[in-house]
Design a protein around this ligand. Structure first.
Ligand code: RB5
Length: 149
């Protein structure tokens, strides 16, 4: 399967309109969107949505993932529990670019109650438009492993 163009997308109830705006934006930009919902506004639990998207990325089904909740924090924490996932929360474009270039982040999390739609779309563009630089950064990324207390 060619996953180079596939972006996994999910959120909890707090971020459905922004997630849908992001889906339309990146689809218009030529990405294949794998939007796994939810689509109805009932209160739900961010860990299951974040980890469902994370599994699509970790399995190789999708190249990258974008997840959202109210703050972006809870769903990021859940996604990062899936082996192979490196997900950062971003509220600015600089960080969104750098987590790709230096941290080889394969998922981006955004807080729908933190940033407006215009900034969120720019954050998404910064993330998707950047590439991992490798080199010394690869050494450091390889050191990101579960560690005991
Ligand atoms: C839901 O109210 C809210 O807690 C959730 O969207 C998220 O912000 C958690 O981190």
């Amino acid at each position: 399967m060619n996953t180079t163009n596939r972006i996994a997308l999910s959120s909890d109830h707090a971020a459905i309109p922004l997630r849908q705006a992001i889906a339309a934006h990146i689809a218009a930009g030529g990405w294949e969107v794998v939007d796994i919902g939810p689509t109805t506004p009932e209160s739900t639990h961010y860990p299951k949505h974040g980890q469902a998207a994370a599994r699509l990325v970790a399995s190789g089904d999708c190249r990258l993932g974008i997840i959202l909740c109210g703050t972006g924090q809870g769903i990021m924490m859940a996604a990062n529990k899936v082996k192979g996932i490196r997900c950062g929360v971003c509220s600015d474009t600089f960080s969104a670019r750098m987590i790709r270039q230096h941290n080889d982040a394969n998922m981006l999390s955004i807080g729908a109650r933190v940033v407006g739609e215009g900034l969120a779309l720019e954050i998404v563009d910064a993330f998707l438009g950047a590439e991992f630089e490798g080199g010394r950064h690869a050494t450091r990324v390889e050191m990101i492993e579960p560690a005991g207390a």
